[in-house]
Design a protein around this ligand. Structure first.
Ligand code: ZN
Length: 459
């Protein structure tokens, strides 16, 4: 009985709560600067423009420029979020898709314009894409996924003339539809819907068009329409129309553009449909480039109880009951004890007992200087970590190497210290580095294993 009386009250208070508070949408944790977002986007856009056919039809470019300018003005007038130098290009591709790169370059495929019912629906997708850029979802996800390796890269590779794209490729981060930069989480999708709807409202478009169009596409892809590529990188967060309508109660009253398509829009849509098919596209730019001059893998013999991980650029032994994961780029390597991977604060995988290996681009061949930059980056990116002594000079694969001692808080053993050693050696491809980590209580055993692993490294 009591239960029955309680339920309506609960529902009522939930409704009140809902009605009182508009969700705050803002960028999350990020190791990149806004300038780095822009640089990364520019490099990636240049690559995409080489691979896709950009359309210069004035009706089509006119349409998306007009929409893009209105949305940018809406973001500037709101002033709560960062401003990015957006660019808008039409791609001759019949699949229904659009995508935006970090820092602002946006691409809208002709198939998407052909599938929309009115200008508001194209604006809906563009507002949603713009929101991903403003909320920095791509680099936020990359930051979370590569928490230890990225600061190393930011310090060691992403400065001067080095390409951001190349540096990320070394960490196994590419531009494909499944890349951490391009494939969004459902939370990111809801946030992009909300900020997108707010931009649409401020630009004079009915925010519901955004959700309506996505639901229409969703229905199409349910019917097996292979042209609806959009959802491969923008998973449906569910309840899109409801969520946007709930947000709209906080917007001031407005008269939106009518649902009926304008003559301008219909003319652009007809052009999009009439374009001749694009030439066959070269291979998708999804995978990181394979190392050049790979040659035969370097060899090393496994000590007793160890096995060897061979890569085109180096080989290294690790305890045989550990797990080994070589990234797409065939360079970055994670070696972890059976229970050595831990869920980090941001949901990413961290190594609590194991070794992370990578090779960074460098500016010089000076081991001390490059090691210094790398360690500085690591300390900046991981505030709980500090250096505990001077680097020790050792030899690895017959070459001068440095072993720098750090310590932090263990993610594996709560309340325990974490011992960290950063091994650095100059390699023909850059600065080879291995970050060796273990909780303090395991260090006595781990140290012996790590000595063995360091001794086994061959280039
Ligand atoms: Zn999205």
């Amino acid at each position: 009985m009591i239960l029955r009386r309680l339920i309506p009250q609960l529902v009522l208070s939930a409704t009140l709560l809902f009605a009182q508070k508009q969700k705050v949408v803002k960028p999350g944790f990020n190791l990149f600067s806004m300038e780095q977002d822009v640089q990364l986007g520019r490099e990636a856009a240049a690559q995409i423009e080489r691979e896709m056919q950009i359309v210069n039809n004035p009706r089509l470019t006119g349409l998306i420029d007009r929409i893009g300018r209105k949305l940018m003005a809406a973001n500037a007038a709101d002033g709560k979020n960062g401003q990015f130098p957006f660019t808008f290009k039409v791609v001759n591709d019949p699949s229904i898709n659009a995508f935006a790169l970090p820092g602002g370059p946006m691409f809208i495929q002709t198939g998407l314009i052909a599938a929309a019912d009115n200008e508001g629906q194209v604006a809906g997708v563009m507002g949603h894409e713009m929101a991903h850029v403003i909320l920095r979802h791509g680099t936020n996800q990359a930051s979370k996924a590569n928490l230890i390796q990225l600061p190393l890269a930011v310090a060691g590779g992403m400065v001067g003339d080095n390409s951001m794209l190349g540096t990320l490729a070394q960490l196994g981060i590419g531009l494909g539809a499944n890349s951490v930069l391009m494939k969004f989480s459902r939370n990111a999708e809801s946030d992009a819907d909300l900020l997108g709807a707010r931009l649409l409202h401020a630009a004079g478009y009915n925010p519901v068009e955004l959700a309506r169009f996505f639901e229409k596409l969703e229905a199409e892809s349910g019917k097996g329409n292979a042209l609806t590529q959009f959802f491969a990188s923008h998973p449906n967060p569910g309840n899109r129309v409801k969520n946007i309508q709930a947000d709209m109660q906080f917007y001031p009253r407005a008269n939106y553009q009518p649902d009926a398509p304008s003559a301008d829009f219909l003319a652009a849509k007809a052009e999009a449909k009439a374009l001749p098919a694009p030439p066959k596209r070269p291979q998708q730019s999804g995978t990181a480039p394979a190392p050049q001059n790979g040659g035969p893998s370097p060899d090393t013999a496994a000590p007793r109880g160890f096995r060897v991980q061979r890569t085109p650029l180096y080989a290294m032994a690790y305890p045989e009951d550990w797990q080994s994961q070589l990234a797409q780029d065939q360079v970055s390597l994670t070696l972890a004890a059976a229970d050595g991977l831990v869920r980090g604060q941001n949901g990413q995988n961290d190594v609590g007992h194991g070794v992370l290996v990578a090779i960074n681009q460098v500016r010089s061949q000076n081991l001390d200087q490059e090691t210094d930059a790398l360690v500085r980056g690591l300390l900046q990116g991981n505030p709980g970590v500090r250096q505990t002594g001077n680097a020790q000079r050792i030899r690895v694969s017959g070459q001068a190497a440095l072993l720098t001692p750090l310590e932090g808080r263990s993610g594996l053993k709560r309340g325990e210290k974490e011992i960290i050693r950063v091994l650095t050696v100059m390699h023909s491809r850059g600065l080879f580095h291995a970050v060796l980590v273990a909780p303090e209580s395991r260090w006595r055993i781990a140290e012996g294993e790590y000595d063995e692993m360091i001794r086994s490294i061959r280039f």
